[in-house]
Design a protein around this ligand. Structure first.
Ligand SMILES: [Zn+2]
Length: 316
């Protein structure tokens, strides 16, 4: 059994690394399976029903920071849904480097919850981040890491993706501006966009709805109603598309009817070009897109109708 010392703790200070690792990896495996069942998020009731080696171990609690009694460090953090983001108790706004900040519980650095999260930071333990989607419903993001603490601001710095890990490498070397610019360039770093991407890719088995390409790095979660037009980051407002088809869709070169059929812009249909245009675009005309097996994860037909009208206007 591997043991390390946790200087911050009262008591023996012995940290059971094996147990800690088993709990975290089985909790994350369970969440993955749950997300296949309910890709739109997991209810707080369900999140309290995880079992570790036969014993119930809630991943969610009223408190923002969750440390099960059998562990020495926090296992999960959460941001509660609020339709008034300005009034959130735990604001998930990024700092000047573009990275997420997670507020302490209260202002006492030695409150048990804050200590538990600090231990996770010191030991670089993977955490589960539960993001409130609507009251009682959460999207788990994992693994996330607490990479630093800003005691004067009563908060921790959290990375929620590989891109954010990279950004943190810049930020921790004092390159705050570089970190922020890097995160802007990758765009997908914001938590809600990340949640959206994960949900959509999960629903579509990480394959393009147009051409079935399955290389995860090449698959985007396209919005039906765009972000900028108030489109919500939820799975029914998304379709998994490869980079080519995403750009084709975004530029209104193709439209999708409310009954999931692809329409290729007529001038494109008449154009003669190489095999890519022929096979990857023209041949899709009037084909049906692949939609998730699960009805509740399929594209919202009203949103598609709205988008299709824009396509038709652009064609005219
Ligand atoms: Zn494609």
């Amino acid at each position: 059994m591997r043991h390390v010392w946790v200087g911050d703790r009262k008591g023996s200070g012995v940290f059971d690394a094996d147990l800690d690792e088993r709990v975290r990896s089985s909790a994350m495996a369970w969440l993955r399976a749950e997300l296949l069942r309910t890709p739109d998020g997991i209810s707080h009731a369900r999140l309290q029903d995880f079992h570790f080696e036969g014993t119930r171990l809630a991943l969610w609690s009223q408190r923002g920071i969750r440390k099960p009694a059998i562990l020495d460090a926090a296992l999960a953090i959460q941001t509660t849904y609020s339709n008034r983001p300005d009034q959130r108790p735990y604001e998930d706004e990024p700092g000047p480097d573009g990275l997420l900040r997670y507020k302490w519980m209260g202002t006492n650095p030695n409150a048990a919850d804050n200590r538990a999260l600090r231990v996770a930071m010191e030991l670089h333990l993977p955490l589960i981040y539960l993001v409130g989607l609507r009251p009682g419903l959460y999207q788990p993001i994992f693994p996330v890491y607490v990479v630093a603490e800003e005691p004067e601001l009563h908060q921790f710095v959290v990375t929620t993706s590989e891109q954010e890990e990279t950004a943190w490498e810049y930020a921790s070397q004092g390159e705050v501006e570089l970190s922020r610019r890097y995160l802007e360039s990758v765009r997908s770093h914001r938590v809600h966009q990340r949640v959206f991407r994960e949900q959509v890719l999960l629903a579509y088995g990480s394959r393009c709805a147009f051409c079935n390409l399955g290389h995860r790095e090449l698959i985007d979660a396209a919005h039906i109603r765009e972000d900028s037009a108030g489109g919500e980051p939820k799975v029914t407002n998304g379709i998994a598309m490869c980079k080519l088809h995403h750009a084709t869709f975004d530029n209104l070169l193709v439209g999708i009817t409310p009954d999931y059929r692809i329409e290729v812009r007529h001038d494109l249909l008449e154009e003669v070009d190489g095999p890519t245009l022929q096979h990857s675009i023209k041949q899709l005309h009037r084909e049906k897109i692949r939609v998730p097996e699960r009805r509740i994860a399929r594209p919202d037909r009203e949103l598609l109708a709205e988008r299709f009208e824009r396509f038709m206007t652009a064609v005219a």
